[in-house]
Design a protein around this ligand. Sequence first.
Ligand SMILES: Nc1nc2c(ncn2[C@@H]2O[C@H](COP(=O)(O)OP(=O)(O)O)[C@@H](O)[C@H]2O)c(=O)[nH]1
Ligand SMILES: [Mg+2]
Length: 350
Amino acid sequence: MKIGLAGYSGSGVTTLLALLSEDPELVNRHGGPEVRSITVDDPRLDRLVELFKPKKITPLQVEIIELGDLRPQEGGGLRKETLARSGGLDALVLVLRGFDAPMSQGCRQVKELSDEFESLLQEFAIADLMPIENRLERLGKEGKLASREAQLLTRLREGLEEGLPIRRMGLDREELRALSGYNFLTLVPLTVVASVGAEGAPALVYGDLDDRCSREGMSYVEISVLAEFETLEIPEDERGLFLADLGIKVPARERFMGTLFTRLTLATFFTVGEKEVHAWAIPEGTPAARAAGKIHTDLERGFIRAEVIAYDECIALGGLNQAKEVGKLRIEGKDYIVKDGEIFHVRFNV
Ligand SMILES: Nc1nc2c(ncn2[C@@H]2O[C@H](COP(=O)(O)OP(=O)(O)O)[C@@H](O)[C@H]2O)c(=O)[nH]1
Ligand SMILES: [Mg+2]
């Protein structure tokens, strides 16, 4: 899974990435946008590991990339490098500067969080409009403005000009497939992180951002990034106390991943065995054959059936063989919808 972090310079993007990846050194590097892979903790995985004692453990990994400078370039639009980094994202996270601190030179001055938010959204819309305009111009020259493609692009252009992100234009599956080569930013699910001071910033700064986000299908979460970042130097087993002192009940990483999983409506399934216990993420509602394809394309192609059991049941019965003996290991076909937490074993033939 690939997540993009976007925010204006000085908004605390790098500090957030340092916190999420528990890599304090990151804030001292100034070489350009960074990428970190983070592990999603899941107590269910730990229990399965105890049960199966595998040689290899593969938790869910999420790749988080900084998109880099979001200030528009002369003539408008985002930098080429930023656009190049934003292909194939599963989610986009906007980091807003909700803390009160002196701005360093060269940073953009923003008075209201909602202004910062609007302006970021506009930049994404402009970034999406550019390839649409170019393509339409080309189709025009070739006399193909009546084509399906041109009509679809025209619809997108109108929507974007009215301030509508592409993900809210009600495109169907076929239309989405036709657009897959464009890597549109406003098509990617959005989550907003307000980086706030330990006590939260004054209410006026936030306006109705959280309402607006929920109205428009975006997730909104406030994180005391710097305060929590500073606890990274405290040994892990003592950190909880300091966080509690700051009024932080759930650590940022957990809240961040939780918000993303909800926003993306993801489900986790597990493959287990002596060799490996592995956690996988799929969109909720994914049929068994497609979930198998996540493990390997051969498994989707040659899918015969899946043996499936719920996590709780597997733990209660003490393993897959035990489950099989009492007839609790279900056999499911390719259209079966895989549920969160299920343990999944694919029978296939290629
Ligand atoms: N007071 C305060 N300062 C912060 C917070 N997060 C980041 N900063 C500071 O803001 C400056 C910019 O942060 P940085 O993470 O480099 O922002 P970036 O340019 O978006 O990557 C640094 O001096 C940080 O220490 C925060 O939550 N509170
Ligand atoms: Mg930075």
